[in-house]
Design a protein around this ligand. Sequence first.
Ligand code: NAD
Length: 473
Amino acid sequence: MTTSHVETSRGEVAPSTPLESIPRLVDEVRERFDSGITRSLDWRLRQLDAIGRFVEERESEILAALRADLGKPEMEAYGAEVSYVANDVAHTKKHLRAWMKAEKVSSPLVVQPGQSYVVREPLGVALIISPWNYPFQLLMAPLVAAIAAGNCAILKPSEVAPATSALIGKWIPKYLDGCVKVVEGGVPETTRLLEQRFDHIFYTGNGKVARVIMAAAAKHLTPTTLELGGKSPCIVDASADLDVAAKRIVWGKFFNAGQTCVAPDYVLVEESVHDALLNRMVATVRSFYGDDPQRSADFARVVNERHLARLVKLLDGQTIACGGQHDAKDRYLAPTILRDVSPDSAVMQEEIFGPILPVIAVPHVDAAITFVTRRDKPLALYVFSQRETVQAKVRDRTSAGGMAINHVWLHLAVPELPFGGVGESGMGAYHGKHGFETFSHRKSVLKKPTQIDPPLLYPPYTETKAKWVKRLL
Ligand code: NAD
């Protein structure tokens, strides 16, 4: 279906779907849904198998696309995208039969005799819109959940990652049946899509566009899941194991060159250990990426020149503890750690989403908690501390989509944990069964026999009936 192209901010050519074909595509998918084909366990498992085959058979193409779009080191692309989706498919296949089972609940006296239960029914046609930073995984994982729940779907990959978008556009129609279609392109194509009626919109991206999505969804009263970002803080107290903290923070921050929605955005460290942590983090950067990270095969690139220019501007007036070098032609910005950062500076006003890590000293953990709670609720929050009381205090006095204690973002690798934001970082969640639930409607069912039909509820409402009703209710 992809027949035209749009120019990306990198001057590259990203594929796009002709605008006039979009309403018809959505209609075709809806017809498929209405045929009832997607409801059976068998169909769902076959489509999940097909996704599994796609990932396995096209692995080298997927890795190459991610390398082209983001310079992703193979290990990062494999771990966070390819194997993530493969594991998601395996986990979903293993549990799907159980997730689909009707859930019995008890029936109160007033409806006896009778049986009450909840069935999960598919919502219908889902629109899944994904961003560029994990352009494969963030499209495929919601698709796995949508299919598991028996839905049809339209996929809208990010035009900012054109190689991955083209790969999805090429292979999805070959592996999956017509219940899933791909619409490629940017704002005009997404705008046209949003004019159509969907039964669920699953959007991953930034808060500004999320408002456009919600406004469009309101027109059709379409439920939305918004997987957004924000500034995810990392709090380090004086009791923390600083060697381990430095390694984990540097790894989690500079993975994918900092373009991870749950990357630690900034560090709040107790001032008594500020220098010790900073020195360890600077040394860790060198031990991970060498003296010249531009030559390291293990460090990704900024997605495009526009984002690079935005990031470089954030360095204005800052004190650089390490890094800062950049090369526009290579879309390279060195892993950069900033010290003595003012909370009022530009770098602390917006989600950084790149390889820059501000470090701010705070007098104590309570000050760090106040710092965090005065700002928007983040997608993730991290605390490094050996003290249980501090861990619990940070957990209980802050709000965030999720958190990790003594690590960064590995909580995403636990399929039983819901992944989603709160407040400005989003609404709704997925991963594992939570994704299945997101794309399902929980339908209540009460089943009554007809052999017994006491007249209690029917008029005329006599005094005797009223007495009984009062007793039963
Ligand atoms: P992006 O620019 O690729 O945009 C995301 C999608 O929105 C794309 O498919 C794009 O075509 C579409 N879009 C853009 N402008 C639009 C408009 N005006 N109308 C309709 N659609 C439009 O990606 P991005 O938003 O720059 O992604 C980065 C953000 O996403 C960061 O804030 C990051 O934290 C967040 N993020 C969140 C998660 C999560 O799981 N919560 C994961 C990754 C990224």
